[in-house]
Design a protein around this ligand. Structure first.
Ligand code: CDP
Ligand code: CDP
Length: 218
């Protein structure tokens, strides 16, 4: 069984994907973390985000791995734990530029498909239902208003201990969604056979239950 969860930034994809994977005993694969890991490494090595060849070489040189932990999932680049670093503002502001390149996507999609061969998986991202796992039995496209999504990130930041500007968060989310939706290769778009769920006024548990009922009655 493969479950594909796509949607724009902060729609709740990873939170519900983790819950569903845990409940069903499936493997959770966070594809956004892979694009973020490559972006982190590009910034560390001063690789130009427009230089497709160098980025593709970099993707070949690094090993991105995941480790499941009680609190969620840790992400490693060549065995270095970068779980927190890949969520930094610098990475978030650059990741969509790196994710535009065809050769970068080829490399990461290959990894994603390999990981999904392990059996039952819940994979979240932007192009899972349309491109990475078009054969997925359950496809969900999560959406929420940009106001709600910015509020969620704002709250998340406060919980991490820093204050963010709500208007700036809104603008950044809009910008990232625009770049992700308008790129030529595997853009952010709902698959024809995906079920759209608007999470704006829904709790995390409600959304997870909703998806679990689709798994039982696909
Ligand atoms: O969690 P958040 O919604 O902020 O983003 P993410 O899922 O970690 O993804 C970060 C970025 O990676 C996205 O804005 C896309 O540019 C890119 N991405 C992608 O192009 N394709 C995917 N399957 C997943 C992420
Ligand atoms: O993975 P994605 O960027 O789509 O979103 P996320 O990181 O799973 O969720 C962003 C934030 O929204 C998290 O802090 C979740 O706890 C919160 N959330 C929520 O308040 N209500 C939902 N129905 C889903 C997520």
């Amino acid at each position: 069984m493969k479950i594909a969860i796509d949607g724009p930034a902060a729609a709740g994809k990873s939170t519900v994907a983790k819950i569903i994977a845990k409940k069903l005993g499936y493997v959770y694969i966070d594809t956004g973390a892979m694009y973020r890991a490559l972006t982190f490494e590009a910034l560390e090595t001063n690789t130009n985000v427009e230089d497709e060849q160098s980025l593709s070489d970099l993707a070949d040189q690094i090993k991105i791995t995941f480790e499941n932990k009680e609190h969620g999932q840790d992400v490693f680049i060549n065995n270095r734990n970068v779980t927190n670093e890949i969520r930094d503002h610098d990475v978030t502001s650059q990741v969509s530029f790196i994710a535009k390149h065809e050769r970068v996507r080829e490399k990461l999609v290959e990894m994603q498909r390999q990981l999904s061969e392990s059996g039952n998986v819940v994979m979240d991202g932007r192009d899972i239902g349309t491109f990475v796992l078009p054969e997925a039995e359950v496809k969900v496209f999560l959406v929420a208003s940009v106001e709600e999504r910015a509020e969620r990130r704002h709250k998340e930041n406060l919980e991490k201990g820093f204050e963010s500007d709500l208007e700036q968060l809104k603008e950044e989310i809009r910008q990232r969604d625009k770049i992700d939706s308008e790129r030529e290769i595997a853009p952010l778009v709902k698959a024809d056979d995906a079920i759209e769920i608007d999470t704006t006024n829904k709790s995390i548990e409600e959304v997870a239950e909703n998806i679990l009922s689709l798994v039982k009655n696909p």
